[in-house]
Design a binder for this molecule. Structure first.
Ligand code: ATP
Ligand code: MG
Length: 410
C-alpha cells in the first residue's frame, strides 16, 4: 500500500533504532496521510512510547525542544526529524501536565500515553494513522482509512469541543480540505462558524506559522478564498478586501503570483507577500486630498506593520525588507536624472519591480511604468538614456502628485 521508497531513509533508521531499544516507533500524521493520497510528504514525523529523555538517550544527535508540547529533534547532516512521545490527551491525575484555559483551550499537553490514546487526541481522523515501515502495517484511528477513501475531513470527537481546545484546527481543516481536495464534514463547518472567533486568542507566533503553511504552500489563492468564505481571513491578514475594488484585486493578484512562483520553482518569502497584502492599508493611511502625502506615508509604515504584527508575528529580518519594497514603489515613479540608475542598483529592486507589476495588474493601470522599467533593466546604455529622455520631455506632472497611483487611490 505504501511504498517505502518514498520515505526518508533517515526516518526509517530512527524507527529501527527505537525498535532495537525495545520501544515502539511509527511514522504518523501528515506524512502517512499524504503517502496514502499519492502526495509527496513535506516531512516525516515519528511517534513512539519512549519518553523525550529516553529518546534523547537512544540518539546522540538529538535535542529536546518545546515546553507546552515537548518533543525531540533527531538530526543528521541533512535532515531533522521530529520524534514525539504518545500523549494521553487527558489528565487523570490532574497534576498540571495538561492545562486548559477558560474557553477550553489546551495550553499544555505533556501527559504520556499509549498509541490508542495518542490517536484520539489528534485533530482529524485522516491525520491519525500510524505506519510501521518494517511491518508495513497501518494502525490508528478506526475511521482514518475510511475517510481517506471517502475523501473527507472529519474531526476526532465533537469538533466544537476540539476547536475550542485549539482554534487553529479551524484553519487546518480548511487547509487540508483544499490540499487534498477532500470535503469538509458539515459538523466541522458549524464548529468553524461557532468557534472561529477564538482564533483571535492564539499567539501571533503560531498564527504566523500557520500563515506560512496557508499562503506559501502553492494554494494561496484557493486557501484565501476558502478562509474568507468562513470569515477567517481576518485572523490572518489585517487588510480588509471589501475596502475597495483595488484592494481585493491586489490581494488576489499577490496570492496568485505566489502560487505561480512556486509552480515555477522560484523562491517565495513571507516578507514579499506581507508587503503586498498590506500595501492598500499603507496607501489608505497616506492619502491627503487625493494625493500621497510623503510624511504620512513614512509615518504609517511602522503603524501598518505593527497592526499586522499583532496577529501574525513578522520576524525582524523581514521588517526592513518590507519597508524597502514600499519605499521603492515611490522611487520607481521618479524617472529623471540619475534616480532610475540608483533605483536599479538597490538590492531590493527586483522584488520592488515584481511588486509594481502586481500593482499594475490589480489597478488595470495603463501608464506603462512596468514596461518602461522592463526596458530600462536591459543591458543597453543608449536605450537607458533614450528612456530617460522621453520622460523628461513628457514631464508627467500628474504622476508626481499621485505617484501614478491614481487607480489605486479610488
Ligand atoms: P502539514 O505538515 O501538511 O501541515 P500535518 O498533518 O503533518 O500537515 P503537522 O502540523 O506537521 O501537520 O502535525 C503533524 C500531526 O500532528 C498531524 O497530522 C496531527 O496528527 C497532529 N497535530 C498537529 N497539530 C495538531 C493540533 N493542533 N491538534 C491536534 N493534533 C495535531
Ligand atoms: Mg507535517
Amino acid at each position: 500500500m505504501i511504498n517505502n521508497k518514498k520515505i526518508s531513509k533517515f526516518a526509517i533508521s530512527i524507527i529501527e533504532d527505537l525498535k532495537k531499544n525495545n520501544y515502539q516507533g511509527y511514522l504518523v500524521g501528515g506524512c502517512v496521510r499524504d503517502l496514502l493520497c499519492g502526495l509527496e510528504p513535506k516531512d516525516f514525523d515519528i511517534a513512539t512510547n519512549a519518553t523525550p529523555e529516553q529518546i534523547r538517550k537512544v540518539f546522540k544527535a538529538s535535542r529536546i525542544i518545546g515546553k507546552r508540547f515537548k518533543l525531540v529533534h533527531v538530526f543528521n547532516r541533512s535532515e531533522l526529524i521530529e520524534v514525539a512521545t504518545f500523549r494521553s490527551g487527558d489528565d487523570i491525575n490532574n497534576d498540571g501536565n495538561l492545562v486548559q484555559d477558560q474557553s477550553g483551550k489546551i495550553i499544555r499537553d505533556n501527559i504520556w500515553g499509549g498509541l490508542e490514546q495518542d490517536s484520539y487526541r489528534r485533530d482529524f481522523t485522516i491525520n491519525s494513522l500510524y505506519y510501521c515501515p518494517l511491518s508495513k502495517k497501518i494502525v490508528g484511528h478506526e475511521d482514518g482509512m475510511k475517510h481517506i477513501h471517502e475523501k473527507k475531513v472529519v474531526s476526532i470527537g465533537d469538533p466544537k469541543k476540539r476547536f475550542a481546545e485549539d482554534p487553529v484546527r479551524c484553519l487546518r481543516a480548511l487547509r487540508f480540505s483544499n490540499k487534498l481536495n477532500f470535503k469538509v464534514d458539515p459538523k466541522i463547518k458549524d464548529a468553524i462558524y461557532e468557534k472561529g472567533h477564538l482564533l483571535s486568542g492564539i499567539s501571533n507566533a503560531r498564527i504566523f506559522d500557520e500563515f506560512c503553511k496557508i499562503f506559501l504552500g502553492g494554494m494561496a489563492e484557493k486557501n484565501y478564498r476558502k478562509m474568507t468564505s468562513f470569515g477567517l481571513s481576518k485572523y490572518l491578514v489585517t487588510t480588509n478586501p471589501e475596502k475597495s475594488e483595488f484592494t481585493s484585486r491586489l490581494i488576489i493578484e499577490a496570492l496568485r503570483n505566489t502560487d505561480k512562483r512556486l509552480k515555477n520553482n522560484q523562491s517565495v518569502t513571507p516578507g514579499f507577500l506581507i508587503a503586498a497584502l498590506l500595501w492598500p492599508e499603507l496607501l489608505e493611511k497616506s492619502i491627503a486630498k487625493g494625493e500621497i502625502n510623503l510624511r504620512k506615508f513614512f509615518r504609517s509604515m511602522d503603524q501598518v506593520l505593527r497592526k499586522q504584527q499583532k496577529i501574525t508575528a513578522i520576524p525582524r529580518k523581514f521588517h526592513s525588507y518590507i519597508k524597502d519594497i514600499w519605499v521603492l514603489q515611490l522611487k520607481l515613479h521618479s524617472r529623471i536624472g540619475r534616480q532610475p540608475y540608483k533605483t536599479l542598483k538597490h538590492p531590493r529592486f527586483r522584488a520592488a519591480y515584481d511588486f509594481m507589476l502586481i500593482r499594475e495588474k490589480a489597478a488595470n493601470e495603463i501608464n506603462n511604468l512596468g514596461k518602461w522599467w522592463t526596458k530600462f533593466q536591459r543591458n543597453d546604455d543608449n536605450l537607458k538614456k533614450s528612456l530617460i529622455k522621453i520622460i523628461n520631455e513628457n514631464d508627467t506632472q500628474e504622476s508626481f502628485k499621485t505617484f501614478g497611483f491614481s487607480q489605486e487611490l479610488r
